[in-house]
Design a protein around this ligand. Structure first.
Ligand SMILES: [Zn+2]
Length: 366
């Protein structure tokens, strides 16, 4: 996931001084500097002439500079939104909301997370952004819903993944915000083109689908009559369910290279880092899936180990659910997650396939 958090504030005075010399606006809001010869304090990007190093004192925020007797510079206004320590806090809150939009985000939960009283948090947020945390959360959720619907997800999935749960009240509110029902919005959304191929693999019939951004689905057919042959029609229907409004085009030639790459991967070969994925996920799923991609080939991890790895040791069951929801078999190696006791646990494409895949990887590693 892309993080838009601002850079770490310079820890040493030397780095702060360098930022002042460079008029580094990216560090505005992380500190201010007071000039003892003038009694004025500025943000790093202030356009005024640079003072001498020996006349400068650094402060973490404007309040400290004021307490030390400095006045705010009228040119760079170090107390205005960007230079305001409160705005850094509110930026952090915004990032938090964006990354946890699928959770129930209440004011008290946010307050706990940021160690503020709900009242103080609400007031700070509004003073900087002009809207309440709730209004901001709604806006982010709506953006997420639109994105999900445009991607062709069904309405329930789209709303759920945006943190709306299954409440019909929320459905109606979304309809008001969209100006139409989510269903209608989705139909009207520009349908993506999804190309796909179906081919044999070491694990049976496999469907690979891709948008122009990357692979969006890798599925295996059910076993038929005790072998991995499966049937192609079932795979096509699965794709239709997954992307009901996309234009689906079979294109064996366009996907031939990815098919080879995946087959090599299944046989335990080198992971191709250039395998681009275009998958929709909640922030939580994305964290789980990224952790899975870091499990070395030929090794396994337990569900609880993954939960610990992503810093949520109690989320073992949620990790298992995220594994089960993996839209791209093999490319995101959910087959490398097993139960604590060494039991293989479940696998969306059949436990025998998981076993087979792990055996192939082990063999290749040996
Ligand atoms: Zn200034």
């Amino acid at each position: 996931m892309k993080s838009t958090l601002k850079p770490t504030p310079p820890r040493t005075e030397a780095r702060r001084w360098q930022a002042v010399l460079n008029r580094d606006a990216s560090l505005d809001g992380t500190f201010v500097f007071g000039v003892s010869s003038t009694g004025i304090f500025c943000r790093p990007s202030c356009p005024a002439k640079r003072p001498r190093r020996k006349n400068i004192n650094f402060f973490d925020h404007a309040l400290q500079a004021e307490q030390a007797g400095y006045r705010a510079c009228l040119r760079c206004r170090p107390k205005a939104v960007d230079g305001n320590p409160q705005s850094a806090l509110v930026r952090a809150m915004c990032r938090y909301i964006e990354q946890h939009v699928e959770d129930r985000l209440t004011l008290s939960l946010l307050a706990k997370e940021f160690r503020l009283s709900p009242f103080h948090l609400q007031r700070t947020f509004k003073s900087v952004l002009g809207v309440s945390p709730k209004a901001y959360t709604d806006a982010i959720r709506l953006r997420q819903v639109k994105h999900n619907l445009q991607a062709g997800h069904n309405v329930t999935t789209a709303l759920y993944a945006a943190g709306y749960g299954s409440s019909s009240r929320l459905y109606e509110r979304t309809a008001t915000q969209l100006g139409m029902t989510p269903e209608k919005y989705r139909r009207g959304a520009v349908a993506a083109v999804v190309r796909y191929t179906i081919a044999s693999s070491p694990l049976g019939r496999m469907l690979i689908a891709a948008t122009d951004k990357g692979i969006c689905s890798i599925q295996f057919a059910d076993k038929v009559a005790g072998n991995f042959a499966g049937n192609d029609e079932q795979l096509q229907q699965g794709l239709m369910r997954e992307f009901p409004f996309a234009t689906r085009r079979r294109d064996d030639a366009a996907l031939a290279e990815w098919r080879l790459n995946l087959t090599r991967l299944m046989e335990g070969g080198e992971t191709n880092p250039s395998l681009p994925l275009d998958i929709r996920a909640t922030a939580f799923q994305r964290r789980v899936w990224e952790a899975l991609q870091r499990i070395p080939r030929g090794e396994t991890r337990s569900y609880s180990a993954i939960a610990k790895k992503i810093g949520m040791p109690k989320a073992t069951r949620a990790v298992a659910r995220a594994c089960a929801a993996n839209p791209v078999a093999v490319a995101i190696p959910c087959h490398r997650v097993v139960r604590e006791d060494g039991d293989l646990g479940g696998y969306r494409w059949g436990i025998e396939r998981k076993e087979h895949l792990l055996a192939l990887e082990k063999k290749a590693g040996a």
